[in-house]
Design a protein around this ligand. Sequence first.
Ligand code: NDP
Ligand code: MG
Length: 388
Amino acid sequence: MAEENKKRIAIFGSTGSIGTQALQVIEANAELFEVEILTAQNNDVLLIEQALKFRPNAVVIGDETKYEAVKAALGSTDIKVFAGENALVEAADFDTYDMMLAAIVGFAGLKPTLKAIDKGKAIALANKETLVVAGDIVMQRALENKVPIIPVDSEHSAIFQCLIGELRNPIEKVILTASGGPFLGKKPNYLVNVKKHHALQHPNWKMGPKITIDSATLMNKGLEMIEAKWLFNLHPDQIQVLIHPQSIIHSMVQFEDGSIKAQMGLPDMKLPIQYALAFPHRLANESPRVDFKRVNVLGFEEPDTKTFRNLTLAAQALAKGGNLPCVLNAANEMAVWAFLHNRIGFLDMTAVVEQTMDHITYIEKPNLEEYFESDGEARNFAASLIKI
Ligand code: NDP
Ligand code: MG
């Protein structure tokens, strides 16, 4: 394919787990993709290395104190260097890319992603928090700007793939599968003593620290329920969570005739990443295949919502809507940060989220400004509980 036909990708969060795997996909398919923008928050060393290798038009380093170091290291190239939070939004406003891979973690991904949508850019969405916080506004703007939002999250990629060819067929329900994380089957008397190095060991997926903790507390699945509501326009009753420890079925869709479609594969984030980047095409690759002679059991069980109460809290936020998912997300980001810094225990994370949800004033139909305010208020209140 000619150079000018390559899809120009802007990777927001290129130094993370999703970002680095996306670059592997791009490297393996260099005739299809080129890198236009790379961004990092703190990791200047990796950002520089990536920039020298992939030669984007521009890079953004969030931490402004690292600007000089990045600028100096890229001084011999014509790569533009920007720094700071506002620069992320300014870079998202560039004309020179075709698709944004939204791979920043947390609320910080919202503003640049909204800017890309307003700019009419296709979005490959890993940053689920963007939809949890302001899903109504994000999806409305995507509709107005005719922007496709292609999920990267493996469950939502699975649902998206199951829905191909089913445009006119209503969904009866979606079944979001969950591995159960490292503490599947454990009870509160065990979890109370769990430390971060236990929680950071995920059985099936290697991911960034925040989502790994969210997977251990099942908050990740709660966030994914809310993400599914917005992506696929579902009613809360249509979203079921099912524990499936092997992570072979990435999720399922049940139609009105009772027929169920599942998307399967080995747990490897490069697959949903490459699917989103190349959609509607599938790219050939050499990654290992599922061998059903070896995976001879696919197990399923109900989630233990009495122990993993985050799932119940997220279901409440999903059902009530308004600013509650935004508040849940903000409190959870604070709680996970505190747990990762050994400030609070594993079960305290749920307590922080629950108390913050109870405390912050409910707004039924927030505008964007009110979402930002709710996020800030929830963070402040959660911080007061954590005593930071
Ligand atoms: P990582 O923590 O590995 O990477 C996060 C990326 O975002 C890094 O590039 C980081 O920069 C950057 N970043 C962090 N904080 C900020 C900030 N405040 N402003 C701007 N950039 C920031 O996360 P993951 O790759 O694991 O996850 C990214 C997103 O994808 C999350 O929303 C997650 O839920 C979702 N996701 C991830 C999956 C996975 O397998 N990892 C699976 C499904 C969804 P730096 O490196 O400099 O800190
Ligand atoms: Mg997922």
